[in-house]
Design a protein around this ligand. Sequence first.
Ligand SMILES: [Zn+2]
Length: 94
Amino acid sequence: MHKLTKRCPVCNSKMLGYTDITAGTVCEDVEQCTLCNYYYEYMYGHTTISVNQPLEEFRWSYNTPWEEAKPIQDAYQLAIRIARERRDASFNSV
Ligand SMILES: [Zn+2]
């Protein structure tokens, strides 16, 4: 188990997390931002990402067909972008 200090894609603060690498393969990878509630979880081929409050959750797994997984991945990247812009806007208005 390795402690990592990745940066949150939404608010750029350091996230709590760990990665479990077995035989050169990532089995588990969990990153959580305590500031904006961004959450990333990869567990044995299953990915869950939560962005925003109220929570928007995105899930797919290794056996999700690409044509289904692609729109989910696009949606979560859009959610991150919107969350980041919303955050920047709230900073600017202060
Ligand atoms: Zn964050």
